[in-house]
Design a protein. Structure first.
Length: 216
């Protein structure tokens, strides 16, 4: 009698194995979905821009040595205003004194106030440079400038080419910037001849008024 081999049927997957396959399929689907979501988010970009335009302020001092002449900008020693000293400035002798007025202000477009200090230089005879001293005093007006003025000393020099600053001059901006210049500040430059001044000497003194802008 022949024997017939019967191939056993493949048993159906157990419930546990089926669950594992489903879990893997779901997990794989989740990975694909995750990649798709990342690409979509990268495409959703948006930007905003903001800009500002900035202008620097304006700052300029001007001066005059003559109350009847308009203020002007004297930018260097070549264009320096010529001071008008009292009688005898061209015929000085030991102990003699002379004085000259000068005025400063900020121009109409200045947007910052100024603190002004002084520097001094001199050219000419060495004896005259060392034998002449000066003081610069802030006074109330041009008319208040004379050889013994009343006011606040802002600078002085034991010689014409030296400078010691005592109190800076403060220049204020105009209340109507763009229309009116700032208020004028009046100075009086007094020069005194020392006992060592020799005859027939000539010297040219130049005072520089150095303005530094201050916070408005």
């Amino acid at each position: 009698m022949s024997t017939t081999e019967i191939t056993p049927a493949t048993p159906p997957p157990s419930a546990d194995k089926s669950k594992r396959r489903k879990a893997k399929a779901i997990l794989a689907g989740g990975l694909v979905l995750g990649i798709g979501a990342a690409v979509t988010l990268a495409a959703w970009n948006d930007s905003e821009f903001a800009k500002g335009i900035f202008d620097s302020g304006h700052f300029d001092i001007e001066g005059t040595a003559d109350p009847n002449v308009n203020f002007a900008d004297h930018e260097d020693d070549v264009s320096a205003a010529a001071l008008t000293f009292t009688t005898s400035f061209s015929n000085m002798s030991p102990g003699g004194k002379v004085a000259a007025p000068y005025a400063l202000r900020l121009d109409k477009d200045s947007t910052y106030k100024a603190s002004v200090s002084v520097d001094a230089t001199a050219d000419g005879d060495a004896n005259a440079i060392s034998s002449l001293s000066y003081t610069i005093t802030q006074v109330a007006s041009f008319a208040a400038c004379h050889v013994d003025p009343t006011g606040t000393s802002i600078a002085q020099g034991a010689t014409l080419d030296s400078a010691v600053n005592n109190t800076p001059v403060v220049l204020e901006t105009s209340a109507n910037i763009g229309t009116d210049a700032g208020d004028e500040k009046f100075l009086c430059i007094q020069v005194t001849a020392g006992s060592g001044l020799e005859q027939d000497k000539t010297v040219t003194a130049t005072w520089e008024f150095i303005a530094e802008s201050q916070a408005a």
